[in-house]
Write a protein that binds this ligand. Structure first.
Ligand SMILES: Nc1ncnc2c1ncn2[C@@H]1O[C@H](COP(=O)(O)OP(=O)(O)O)[C@@H](O)[C@H]1O
Ligand SMILES: [Mg+2]
Length: 349
């Protein structure tokens, strides 16, 4: 992520009647209709996101994050409740609300594939009422920030998922909106690009430009690193909402150990005082057991104990308690998708 200073005059605020961000309030109870049945995608959510805050919404697939983003960005209308963005009601003041928002979706659908990054960005700039000159200048500036100069004249369809994502992110910033809605913004980014973008979000967008950011993700590391507060969302409900630190310290344990053994150790460890078994799994003859450590207990101590009982420990890993563990405690499940088994067979030709 290149640190490029803004050139020339300020980019116009795209028809927004107010230049300051006040607050983003969300309160609704929408339903999505399917042909056969109604799905309650979100229920009884009340959120209040302050100016300059990065608010992380963390939850697994199907939790309701995209539905929430679509409602806030005026793409779908909630059946019940109200949403206020930058003090504009998303139904009554739709134009002003839209002008206040930059939206990044992980679905790659926000760009024209037969146009280049420069053409895409300047087109969207025009849609946001920037002049032709301003659009091109802003497009070039963002392309440089997102380190995409080499590909500025390539068709979008020839870019990688991560490169498309960068241009989609740049697109959301064309009109310099005070509020950003980032829905799985880091899909397809390589680790370095992902890290650079996290730094850009925190340092430039939040700290320098004081933007308000709603970050929807199933990636606990992204939520943990960037968010001032995190809402854990599951089955359309926010089950907990706090700073990442407070969420983690709400757990009864600080560290956990992942043990891989040749035989099941659950019975053995159940009687070990201070330990708590968090999960067990068996695959390919390996038994993986995750336990939380009691006060003062160490992973080595647990390993020695298991070995003394004649078991073979193949692997041991000690980790700090994470947002994933908080999520597990609240919902009884992890943030990951259900595991998919893929088998590849050699084909004789
Ligand atoms: N267009 C739609 N029609 C019917 N149900 C939908 C539609 N979009 C999402 N849903 C359902 O709404 C729920 C929330 O989905 P979504 O907001 O996409 O979750 P997330 O973004 O957290 O993965 C899920 O149960 C999903 O199946
Ligand atoms: Mg989603």
């Amino acid at each position: 992520m290149k640190n490029v200073k803004k050139k020339g005059k300020e980019v116009k605020k795209s028809g927004s009647t107010s230049s300051s961000v006040s607050e983003t309030k969300v309160k609704y109870n929408p339903f999505l209709k399917t042909s056969k049945k109604q799905t309650e995608a979100l229920c009884g959510i009340t959120l209040h996101i302050s100016k300059g805050e990065i608010f992380g919404l963390l939850g697994p697939n199907g939790a309701g994050k995209t539905t929430l983003t679509k409602i806030i960005s005026t793409l779908i209308i909630p059946d019940k409740g109200s949403v206020t963005v930058n003090s504009f009601d998303i139904v009554k003041k739709v134009k002003q609300a839209r002008a206040s928002i930059g939206l990044v979706t992980g679905g790659e659908r926000s760009l024209y594939w037969k146009l280049t990054p420069i053409e895409n960005l300047s087109f969207f700039g025009r849609m946001y009422y920037l002049s032709k000159k301003e659009s091109v200048e802003r497009a070039k500036e963002l392309i440089e920030i997102f380190d995409m100069k080499e590909k500025e004249n390539e068709l979008i369809q020839n870019l990688s998922t991560g490169q498309k994502m960068k241009i989609a992110f740049a697109r959301s910033l064309m009109h310099d909106p005070p509020i950003l809605l980032l829905d799985e913004y880091n899909r397809g980014l390589d680790p370095q690009a992902s890290k650079d973008l996290r730094t850009y979000i925190k340092k430039q967008l939040q700290q320098e430009q004081n933007k308000t950011i709603l970050l929807c993700t199933h990636d606990m590391n992204v939520a943990d690193e960037l968010s001032d507060r995190v809402g854990l969302i599951f089955q359309g409900k926010v089950v907990s909402l706090e700073t990442p630190e407070k969420l983690k310290s709400s757990l009864e344990y600080k560290s956990k150990v992942t043990l891989v053994t040749n035989k099941p150790v659950v019975k053995l460890l159940t009687s070990y005082q201070g330990l708590n078994i968090l999960s067990t799994k068996q695959a390919n003859g390996d038994f993986t057991t995750i336990v939380s450590l009691g006060n003062g207990q160490t992973g080595m101590e647990v390993m020695d104990y298991i070995r003394e009982q004649g078991f073979f420990v193949k692997n041991l890993e000690v980790n700090h308690a994470s947002l994933e563990d908080v999520f597990l405690t609240y919902t009884g499940r992890t943030l990951e998708d259900d595991e998919i088994e893929i088998s590849i067979k050699e084909v004789q030709t």
